[in-house]
Ligand binder design. Structure first.
Ligand code: URA
Length: 277
């Protein structure tokens, strides 16, 4: 392939979100799968009849030790000990218990005004956020800025963060364990900011912060309450994620309704959204 063709292919990959190689050498997965299948076939033994062992005579299986459980406990301990946002930011930056940190370039803590009346929480940083160390600065961030502006807000009158502070490699979904390890930090983050109104952007942050399995399409547009670790209830509006709206622009009208409800709530709460003095 000539250099123009190669450039075109790389541009195609970049547009599709493939922006990092995970191996130094190309791997032929089709060939690997074929060899594996051949090996399995060569090993195949005649199928034996299974003997059913009654439960009471089965040997006790020791519970597997999951070291990540310890990391989740450590995260809870650290996050709970932070008595200010600065302390929390420092503790999070120094925390090595989540493997996402090893591939991320930056810890993405927050952007905007921590004294604002309203806090927005997304899922996880993407490539642009990882490079700049700030949440929502890429394409979906630009849309979020326009959505904020539509109700008279900007990053001086709103505060923005994510459930996960490190970019998952290749923008994959964070695993449940990774989310569990990061959970205490975002919960303490919200508690320390103590916004009058919380907005969850998309499914993952809605499910985590509202402790629900109900999908965003049913949750959005309805006020709910986020319970802080110390038991305070914060009025919370789940709404559609800007990245989803970029893919489904016809649903922007739903998000617009949600944003009008947020504006109304802020007005009722006596906050323009601007810092509470
Ligand atoms: N999507 C998110 O959920 N958060 C970001 O910061 C960027 C994109």
């Amino acid at each position: 392939m000539d250099s123009a063709g190669l450039r075109e292919l790389l541009t195609f990959y970049a547009d599709a979100g493939v922006d990092e190689p995970l191996l130094d050498e190309a791997a032929d997965r089709f060939e690997e799968t074929r060899i594996e299948a051949e090996k399995r076939a060569a090993r195949r033994e005649p199928v034996r009849q299974k003997t059913v062992v009654p439960p009471q005579s089965r040997p006790a299986v020791p519970k597997a030790a999951v070291p990540d459980d310890a990391q989740a406990a450590r995260a809870r301990e650290l996050a709970g000990s932070a008595d200010s946002l600065e302390a929390l930011r420092e503790l999070l930056s120094g925390f090595d218990g989540c493997n996402l940190k090893t591939t991320a370039k930056n810890t993405v803590f927050a952007d905007g005004n921590p004294q604002a009346s309203v806090m927005f929480v997304g899922e996880a940083p993407g490539r642009d956020e990882d490079l700049q160390g700030l949440p929502f600065v890429g394409r979906s961030g630009k849309l979020l800025d326009r959505m904020l502006a539509s109700i008279g807000l900007d990053r001086t009158s709103a505060y923005i963060s994510n459930v996960i502070p490190w970019r998952p490699p290749g923008n994959r979904d964070p695993s449940p364990l990774e989310t569990e390890i990061c959970r205490p930090f975002i919960e303490r983050h919200i508690e320390l900011v103590a916004p009058k109104v919380l907005v969850t952007l998309g499914n993952p942050s809605t499910k985590l912060l509202l402790n629900t399995q109900t999908g965003i399409m049913r949750m959005r547009g309805n006020w709910a309450a986020h319970k802080t670790p110390s038991g305070r209830a914060i009025p919370t509006m789940p709404t559609l994620h800007p990245a989803y709206l970029l893919r489904n622009p016809a649903h922007k009208k739903l998000a617009w309704n949600d944003f009008l409800a947020i504006r109304l709530k802020l007005d009722e709460a006596g906050g323009s959204g601007a810092p509470v003095s």
